[in-house]
Structures are given as C-alpha cells and as structure tokens.
Design a protein around this ligand. Structure first.
Ligand code: ADP
Ligand code: MG
Length: 327
C-alpha cells in the first residue's frame, strides 16, 4: 500500500542528504564523469542532480520509478528486513512516494530526451519529449510534502544543507575521477574538475579540506600482504584540526570506526605526542572477504573480520609515515 511505501521511504529517506546520496550513487553507477548538484532551501524545496551518464531508455523510465521489494512489504518485520538489506532498486520509488519527482533522461544514441513526473503516486502518464542533453536529471521537489509528520523532524535549511555538504565532500574524495559542482540557492559553492593527476588531486583536497592542508600533509603509502593504505595525513603545523576533517575509506566506502580512529590516534600520540584530532584522508584496500560493510547500508559502520590485524597495520603505517618526516 501507499502507506507502507511511505513508511519504507522513511527508512531510506531520512532527510534531504539521504536523497542526495541515493541520486549521486545512481549517477556514479551510470558512469557519469560530470555531476551537477543544485540545492534550494537545504534540499527541502529542491534537490536537482544532473549527470552525463548512460541515460535511461524511454521504455524504462516508468520502471525506474516503480517499486520492486517495497510492494512486497506487508509487515513491520518485512520492513526491518528491507532496511537492513538495503533498498536495492528502491531508492527512486521510495523518494517518489514522499516528494514530487521529475525524471528526465536521454541515452547517448537517442534522438531526444524523455521526461516523466511523479508526485507521491504511481506514474500514470506517458513520457514526454524534452530537449535535455544525453544523461539524466532527477529533480526532487517539496520533500515530505505528503508526510507532514516526517517533515516536522527536519532541522533548519542551514543544518540540512550542512549534511548535504558533508556528504558531497565525502563523495568528492572517493571519486576523484568525477567532476562535481554544488550550488545552494543558486550560489556556486564547489566546482571540482575531474582530478586524474596529482596537481588536480591536490587542488581538490585544497577545495574540500582547506588550502593549507596540502602544504602541511604527508602522503601515506603502505602495503602489507592483504592490505594497502594510501592517502594523506596532516602534520601538526596544520592547525585546523577538527573531527570533521577525518576521512577514512575502506574499499572506497567511507566508514567511521572506533578501531580505525584508535589506531591512528595512537600513532600520532606515539610519534608526535599529539592529542588533538588528527586530520587525514586515507584509503584502505582490503580483501572484501575480511570486511563486512553491509552492517547497515545507510550507516557508516564496518566490521573487520581481523580487527587486530587491521589495527596493527594502520598503527604501524601511520607511525612509520610520521616518524619518517619528523626532523
Ligand atoms: P538501484 O540503483 O538500486 O537500481 P534506484 O531506485 O536507485 O535503484 O534506481 C532504479 C533504476 O533506475 C536503476 O537501476 C537504473 O537503471 C535507473 N537509474 C536511476 N538513476 C539513473 C541515472 N542517473 N542514470 C541512469 N540510470 C538511472
Ligand atoms: Mg540507486
């Protein structure tokens, strides 16, 4: 039923930033290397994401918004199951049950783009032609317009936009190959070119973290038999030490993990006697069999099969990197 769909949507669409996350992932999946994100009023009024990816066929447009698993959700137990498994094939359907969604898309070999609109109900109109270039634009307006109880849980535009900005920064550091533009209320806040060489990568780091991060950071590159760590770590001269400047990716997925935080902090304390929050952008590659990232798809948790091993590897990698640069 529509009610169940809306409850299900509540599980995946917690706030505007969760919509942005799903739409960005779809654009990445479509192979886009240029993505434009336009936000109005913290995402409550508008979230618009345009990509130059593969596009969707006219015939598949309605399907993209159609429900698959949620239509089978009959009880709260089912709902819990879906929430813990992730909403594969459900994001657009869920979003379109709680917002006014327009979807415009054009395959690269198609003569024109096609557009459909959904406003909280199943789409019952045919796609209309549209002059959109190859790729896809999804516009999500008036989030939770038909679920006022949900809408009441949202914070101010500023707070909601803050969540979106944090998310975009995390995504920007996980996909250097994709160009990203972000506007809020028509003001351009971020414009990142695809960063394929070291120089543009450093520019991106400067934009996302701060200009003096690169001047006061050291590259980290360490490998053990089953693990590899790359990235950058901040030196004490980089004064803007804040907890929100800690980026740690496991197999390119951002995670927040106590064990990771502990290993890094210990290394900083050991070498530099630094007790502030260290700043880092680190990428850990591990055998996927050693890590369980599916704990909850919308959370940032991770479970390592060999926690001790990971901890010790991280500690010695950071320790060595810091010890090498210490005068
Ligand atoms: P999922 O990503 O899990 O398949 P979604 O609801 O997020 O489910 O998207 C449904 C489908 O719509 C996708 O499988 C894809 O085929 C299509 N789609 C969505 N967004 C895009 C996009 N930006 N570009 C191309 N295809 C898209
Ligand atoms: Mg998706």
């Amino acid at each position: 039923s529509q009610l169940i769909n809306q409850i299900a949507a509540g599980e995946v669409v917690e706030r505007p930033a969760s919509v942005v996350k799903e739409l960005l992932e779809n654009a990445f999946d479509a192979g886009a290397d240029q993505i434009q994100v336009d936000i109005e009023q913290g995402g409550l009024r508008l979230i618009k994401i345009r990509d130059n990816g593969s596009g969707i066929d006219k015939e598949d447009l309605k399907l993209a918004l159609a429900r698959h698993a949620t239509s089978k959700i009959a009880s709260l137990d089912d709902l819990e199951h879906v929430a813990s498994m992730g909403f594969r094939g459900e994001a657009l359907a869920s979003i379109s049950s709680v917002a006014r969604v327009s979807l415009i898309s054009r395959k690269h070999d198609a003569d024109c783009a096609w557009k459909i609109v959904a406003d909280g109900r199943e789409v019952d109109t045919e796609p209309q032609p549209d002059p959109h270039p190859p790729g896809t634009t999804v516009a999500v307006q008036d989030l939770f317009f038909n679920t006022p109880a949900r809408r009441k849980f949202l914070k101010s535009d500023k707070t909601e936009f803050g969540h979106i900005e944090t998310l975009i920064k995390r995504m920007a550091l996980s996909r250097f190959d994709v160009g990203l533009t972000l506007t809020h209320n028509q003001k351009e806040l971020l414009k990142l070119k695809p960063a394929l060489d070291v120089k543009t990568q450093q520019q991106r780091l400067a934009h996302v973290l701060s200009a003096d991060f690169i001047a006061n950071a050291v590259a980290c590159n360490s490998a053990a038999s089953e693990m590899q760590l790359t990235g950058w770590i901040g030196l004490p001269a980089f004064s803007r030490s804040q907890q929100d400047m800690q980026f740690f990716y496991v197999n390119n997925r951002l995670v927040k993990d106590k064990l990771v935080a502990h290993a890094i902090k210990q290394a900083y304390q050991d070498v530099l006697h630094l007790s502030r929050h260290p700043v880092f952008v680190l990428y850990l590659s591990v055998d996927p069999a050693l890590v369980d990232v599916n704990a909850h798809p919308t959370k940032l948790e991770v479970r390592f099969r060999e926690g001790r091993l990971v901890h010790d590897f991280l500690f010695s990698a950071i320790h060595k990197t810091l010890a090498d640069v210490r005068p």
